[in-house]
Ligand binder design. Structure first.
Ligand code: NDP
Length: 250
């Protein structure tokens, strides 16, 4: 990849203290963007931001943000505008899982997952789009999942939320295209992060064996697709869903 694909842009990544979000923030920063590292836990966001800033380069801003909270999302976007100077790229990445079979899943587990993924992404898209449509440019990338395409047993909540993010992405893309704002989604497959490390090792191995490329992906490999969608390399793409799954479920 060549350097500087998002040179001079201002980016906000949610759920960026670890995993895919941190890899996305690092990749955008390495390619020239000033980056706001937002996460539920402000201290962890600050730690991650300090780690990114050791590489030098553009500004890195830690932001405490709960994506389920309307005011918190509005405050984060406002801070990014004020302290980084604008908002060109928004990556709605924050996520949780509350897996259980349909018989065992509690309504609270359903609500919690829908809240973080679907409501959180919607709040982000709405707040980010408001700034971007005024500027006449911007790229929003929503992190869905292949679970939203295929449905995963034990994840009726998560699969529903991730499929919902696809519908949200396409509807928002249609509303915002004429204002110069693009909205796309990425559907990662099995990626090696804390979220998947929580899986029983035999389940992880079974899932890995079913992938045509015969391995789980790394967070940096999802970040590459996000960088592409954030940059002008994808200038004629909106409402698209990129699968990053090593060939799984093609
Ligand atoms: P991680 O659990 O490693 O990271 C998720 C981050 O989001 C954590 O830092 C978490 O904070 C934060 N977060 C949780 N709730 C909120 C909230 N309400 N507001 C702000 N931040 C919050 O997950 P991954 O990196 O694996 O996943 C990132 C995204 O990619 C998620 O949307 C996930 O669904 C998606 N994805 C992941 C796949 C995988 O295989 N790993 C596959 C497909 C999609 P805390 O730790 O404090 O809860």
């Amino acid at each position: 990849m060549s350097a500087g694909l998002v040179e001079g842009r201002m980016a906000l990544v949610t759920g960026a203290a670890q995993g895919i979000g941190l890899a996305v923030a690092r990749t955008l920063h390495q390619h020239g963007a000033a980056v706001a590292v937002a996460d539920l836990d402000g201290e962890r966001a600050a730690k991650a931001a300090a780690e990114l800033a050791t590489d030098g380069g553009p500004a890195v801003l830690p932001v405490a943000c709960d994506v389920t909270d309307e005011q918190s999302v509005a405050d984060a976007v406002e801070r990014v505008q004020r302290e980084l100077g604008g908002l060109d790229v928004l990556v709605n990445n924050a996520g949780i899982t509350r897996d259980a079979s349909l018989r065992r899943m509690r309504a609270e587990d359903f609500d919690a997952v829908i809240n973080v993924h679907l409501r959180g992404t919607w709040l982000g898209v709405r707040a980010g789009a408001e700034v971007m449509r005024e500027a006449g440019r911007g790229s929003i990338v929503n992190i869905s999942s292949l679970s939203g395409k295929s449905g995963n047993p034990g994840q009726t909540n998560y699969s529903a939320a991730k499929a919902g993010i696809v519908g949200l992405t396409k509807a928002a893309a249609k509303e915002l295209a004429h204002r110069g704002v693009r909205v796309n989604a990425v559907q990662p497959g099995l990626i090696r992060t804390a979220m998947t490390e929580a899986m029983p090792p035999e389940v992880f191995a079974e899932r890995e064996a079913a992938i045509p490329m015969r391995r789980a992906g790394e967070p940096s490999e999802v970040a590459g697709a996000v960088l592409f969608l954030a940059s002008d390399l994808s200038s004629y793409m909106t409402g698209a869903v990129l699968e990053v799954g090593g060939g799984r479920l093609m």
